[in-house]
Ligand binder design. Structure first.
Ligand code: GLP
Length: 239
């Protein structure tokens, strides 16, 4: 497999290694297109980027970003939305221009049109230079659940009960967790020039083992990454 595995001593080191990959690219190529992810795992990564921006080491002024996914039916004002998460973790604290920030729009009436337009926007920007990813315990990437055809672009998906359960901590109750999301497809992710996958915590050990096994199957969405030529996985089981 083409996957480059980096074991970090702990979560802090994982965040720093990941941030350094993006920082170096931004320094070489300030107009880079970043592919961004949400969840608990990249929080330390975003702190590193904010600090580096504050210290003047990197600038986002010419950069663009595309997020992986968003819930259907909620907007940036909702504290559980990924847009709100991104504002809090990164966008409110760095010099990126608003017009250069993109997330799938889960509050549109014609979601399928919004999904198709999202892929067109990524293409028009020249494609994603580095796509950050986390992984769900069931191997999902973005919101591409097990069984998703690898050939799909950005699309509207129904969330599994286990994913809704895992994400309910961000909502007041399970009933509030949206049933659908809009996500970059596996093909959208594979189109990125480089992929950086972060895996942290004991609950992800089985996912690490399945990815390491090298078996490529739509039952385990992250295994599609074996079909990409430039993937770095940074992992740790120490929080
Ligand atoms: C959500 C997101 C994924 C993320 C996953 C793992 O389902 N849609 O993009 O990778 O959760 O999140 P965490 O890092 O919090 O375990």
């Amino acid at each position: 497999s083409n996957i480059n595995w980096i074991e970090a001593a702990n979560y802090d080191e994982l965040s720093k290694i990941a941030a350094n990959i993006f920082k170096e690219e931004l320094q070489k190529h300030p107009e880079m297109v970043l592919g961004l992810a949400t969840g608990g795992t990249p929080e330390g990564f975003y702190k590193e980027l904010v600090e580096a921006n504050k210290a003047g080491e990197i600038s986002f002024e010419k950069a663009q970003s595309f997020n992986l996914d968003e819930y259907v039916g909620i907007n940036a004002a909702n504290k559980a939305s990924y847009h709100y998460y991104m504002d809090q973790q990164l966008f409110n604290h760095v010099d990126m221009k608003n017009d250069n920030i993109h997330l799938p729009e889960g509050d549109k009436i014609d979601l399928q049109a919004a999904a198709t337009q999202y892929d067109a926007k990524i293409e028009a920007a020249g494609g994603i230079d580095i796509q950050l990813l986390g992984i769900g315990v069931n191997g999902h990437i973005g919101f591409n659940e097990p069984g998703t055809p690898f050939a799909l672009g950005t699309n509207v998906v129904e969330l599994t009960e286990s994913t809704r359960e895992a994400n309910k901590i961000y909502f007041s109750s399970i009933e509030e967790v949206p049933t659908h999301a809009i996500t970059m497809g596996i093909q959208t992710i594979l189109n990125a020039k480089k992929v950086v996958l972060l895996i942290s915590g004991a609950s992800k050990q089985e996912a690490i083992n399945r990815l390491r096994s090298g078996v490529i199957t739509e039952d385990f969405p992250a295994s599609a990454l074996h079909n990409h030529s430039n993937v770095t996985v940074i992992y740790t089981d120490v929080k």
